[in-house]
Design a protein around this ligand. Sequence first.
Ligand code: SAH
Ligand code: SF4
Length: 339
Amino acid sequence: MENILEYTQDELRKDIIELGLPAFRAKQIYLWIHKKLTFDFLLMSDLPQEVRNKLKEKYVFDIPNQKKVLTSRDGTKKYLFEFADGCAVESVLIKDAVGRKTICVSTQAGCPLGCEFCATGVAGFSRNLTVSEILSQVYLICLKHPETSNLVFMGMGEPFLNYDNVIKSIRILISKEGGNFGQRKITVSTCGIPDGIKKFARELLQVRLAVSLNSADDEIRSKLMPVNVSFPLRKVAEAIRYYIDHTKRRVTLEHILLEGVNDSRADAEQLILFCKQFEMINVNLIPFNPTGGKFKASAQKTAKFFYNILTQNHIVATIRASKGGDIMAACGQLASSKK
Ligand code: SAH
Ligand code: SF4
């Protein structure tokens, strides 16, 4: 049995013709799935009964089980989705000050990269998610919140370690016949896998790229993010340069402010030097969300001080508002649940 959510419309058309059905049926079926978010052939009322039966013999929907939804005081919702093999991931719906809704999507069950400040990294890795598992997080939340306009690939996992499935999901999500999301309303966040960044540049998408930097000092970054040992700042910078040259698109650097670790004047100055290598770069300062480890969030005053140093040096920076902290739905608080 094939999982029908893994198909692009073109792939489905080929299959449908092979099944001996007219090609236009593919368009109809695709509409039911990706627009009407209907995951049951028997409910596809404009298909003849024998077509529905034929589809049921060949395809399945592997829609995860929504195990839990928690709602935060600020309206953020955290969903726990469980897949057939017992692996589970969390996805988050965030509503911002102007009422815009964003889904934070997971790309892996857990994460193998073990960043010390991140609950997902500390909990370990189960496996990559399939295209269907990535799409169904978005679609199940959109069923209840159809006005959702933005997506961030910043949930559990490293998108570029599951490259092909992430890119195929994005292509389906931005296609007119699929999710129809605006490309510029999607952001992919990576911890800085150079080959992934370069490959992503060659996709020629208009999707935004964010790189989790957290420190512009190799020694500090390697302590925080073990991935820096294999891919140090020099390699990350070279990949960012390649990305900007190829796409002419801006890159966002993410920097979590950790008290006494990466929030001093010297840390800001090193970050400025890193940024000055590029013209099209901005910095997103992220308040640290406690994960139970040894780190503490920088005081608001320190965050403002750090921000001021950046802006005085003509680096475009923002301090991100943290959402959903009371239900552990904020960045880096998503823990993996293994079976
Ligand atoms: N693996 C990718 C995407 C998922 S992590 C990456 O590392 O970019 C998404 C974002 O959450 C990253 O910017 C990361 O730095 C941030 N993050 C992780 N743990 C955090 C924490 N405890 N508090 C605040 N942000 C955190
Ligand atoms: Fe993985 Fe990103 Fe968390 Fe690091 S910050 S452990 S790369 S999910």
